[in-house]
Design a binder for this molecule. Sequence first.
Ligand SMILES: Nc1ncnc2c1ncn2[C@@H]1O[C@H](COP(=O)(O)OP(=O)(O)OP(=O)(O)O)[C@@H](O)[C@H]1O
Ligand SMILES: [Mg+2]
Length: 143
Amino acid sequence: MTEVTNSFQETQAVAALLAQRLVGGEFVALIGDLGAGKTTFTQGLVAALGSTARVKSPTFTVMNIYDVPGHSSIRRVVHCDFYRFTKEEELGALELDAYRGSDTVIIAEWPDALPTVEWNPTYIVKIEHAGENSRSISIEDGV
Ligand SMILES: Nc1ncnc2c1ncn2[C@@H]1O[C@H](COP(=O)(O)OP(=O)(O)OP(=O)(O)O)[C@@H](O)[C@H]1O
Ligand SMILES: [Mg+2]
């Protein structure tokens, strides 16, 4: 699926479409340049799953966790940002695998910063600039 959006709200609406397909256990990889809209997309996804939390960029915290108590099968969303990571070993301290589970959705910005890691994403979301407030968003099934 490819959609062109012309505002951040439209990007969040596209994220809500992906949220409808999620049941838990997925890994969503977000690919796109600085300012493409990866965090914006995550805001739409987390809100669509039923959280009222304000989703902030995890660029400095690396990982933020949002509970989605109202959802039928998903209990939490783990939002990661690997922008500052330079080597695979830095992942260890995060213990990301401990968070993987059928009631959890992991959504990660900059997984491509660590090209040697096998993320095995369920969905790959690519966001490209197509103008100041326009973005081209493609959502593909992973492997
Ligand atoms: N169509 C659009 N879709 C998404 N964001 C848009 C759009 N038009 C304008 N924007 C703006 O672009 C910015 C996207 O920033 P955002 O933090 O989501 O990017 P990011 O991909 O997470 O960047 P980073 O790699 O630095 O974390 C926001 O300020 C948002 O309001
Ligand atoms: Mg971001």
